[in-house]
Design a protein around this ligand. Structure first.
Ligand SMILES: NC(=O)C1=CN([C@@H]2O[C@H](COP(=O)(O)OP(=O)(O)OC[C@H]3O[C@@H](n4cnc5c(N)ncnc54)[C@H](OP(=O)(O)O)[C@@H]3O)[C@@H](O)[C@H]2O)C=CC1
Ligand SMILES: CC(C)(CO)C(=O)C(=O)O
Length: 309
């Protein structure tokens, strides 16, 4: 498949490398020192043991408009870059180009379906902890490397099956989901709680779940996202908010979120599409979400990067 990976950082670099090594014709869109390093010295995945996977002769560019009608576009930029790159991608997408976003949350596909039409957009959920360690090198923390893909109408299409097979051949735990919207909301429900509470408290999930007050706020955040999903007829089980708390109890004490790492580094935050996304979807659905509203408002000074006086 002729694939364009838009944003070759933690997620795009990782999953794009897997598809290229599986034999697909992958072009990586990147910029700056990372682009230069990929062109000169290849793309690598590094974990605690050192470099564990490499791709040489990387096809990489910073020119989205130079990509002609790929069969598949994989989007892996942070959410704040989505609108700008969508405007460019619309100019290069052909009538049969599929669009798969591995970004977090549920807002991404609402935006992409508006831009490319419902049939073009596949659903995807990435479970990995990666970042650009240094130019040309994707740093992976922990062993998790999972992906769930699916069509919104539940059909087992060739494009989905082909991708699942390619990822599986490269050691990724890849699954074809029959209800990808539910899978997206499952991760969204958990991540909205994890990301907002780790950022609000500047703590890992361990102490958040141990203290009565922070645990209660975390539970309220989960409850509200699940209530919103139900109002939107997403098939989450009625006890899904309890399942989220169980997951919060089961994960490592030291677990944080990518939004917490962005906060610590003084970067922009994906808050408007995580907790903030809950607030805007809840407004449309008429669902009260006071805990998510509190998180969105309390973290607002950090949204555009290090809080300014
Ligand atoms: N990292 C993780 O472990 C996980 C992340 N996610 C989600 O995946 C998405 C991507 O996150 P992540 O991979 O961490 O982000 P990164 O910041 O690591 O990667 C995004 C890359 O895209 C580049 N980029 C943005 N716009 C352009 C452009 N116009 N042209 C060329 N390059 C561009 C950025 O460059 P620059 O830095 O110069 O802006 C950056 O290198 C987010 O929605 C995140 O929530 C989901 C699961 C796990
Ligand atoms: C929870 C995690 C690490 C799972 O992939 C994630 O997506 C994030 O923190 O943004």
């Amino acid at each position: 498949m002729k694939i364009a990976v838009i944003g070759s950082g933690g997620v795009g670099g990782f999953y794009g490398l897997k598809l290229a090594r599986a034999g697909h014709d992958v072009t990586f869109v990147a910029r700056g020192a990372h682009l230069k390093a990929m062109r000169e010295s290849g793309l690598h995945i590094e974990n605690e043991s050192g470099i564990v996977e490499s791709l040489s002769n990387v096809k990489a560019t910073d020119d989205i408009l130079g990509l002609a009608q790929p069969e598949l576009i994989i989007i892996a930029v942070k959410m704040w870059d989505l609108e700008e790159i969508t405007a460019k991608l619309k100019q290069i997408a052909g009538p049969h180009t599929a669009v798969l976003s591995l970004q977090n949350g549920v807002i991404k596909d609402i935006m992409l379906k508006r831009a490319f039409g419902e049939a073009a957009v596949m659903g995807g959920v990435a479970y990995v902890a990666t970042s650009i360690g240094r130019p040309g090198v994707i740093k992976q923390v922990g062993p998790m490397q999972r992906i769930k893909l699916g069509e919104y109408d539940g059909r087992q299409t060739e494009r989905c099956k082909e991708l699942v097979q390619a990822f599986a051949a490269m050691g990724v735990d890849a699954t074809l989901a029959d209800d990808i919207e539910r899978v997206l909301w499952e991760k969204y429900s958990f991540l909205v709680g994890l990301s907002s509470m780790t950022c609000l408290t500047h703590l890992t999930i361990g102490p958040v779940r141990e203290h009565e007050g922070s645990r209660a706020l975390l539970q309220s955040i989960f409850d509200e996202v699940v209530a919103l999903a139900q109002a939107r007829n997403v098939g989450l089980p009625p006890d899904y908010a309890s399942q989220c708390m169980q997951l919060a109890d089961d994960v490592a004490y030291s677990m944080t979120s990518s939004m917490f790492h962005d906060l610590e580094k003084g970067n922009r935050l994906e808050l408007p599409w995580l907790s903030g996304g809950v607030v805007s979807l809840a407004r449309e659905a008429g669902v009260p979400v006071p805990a998510n509203t509190f998180a969105t408002q309390a973290l607002a000074p950090y949204v555009n990067g290090r809080a300014q006086a």
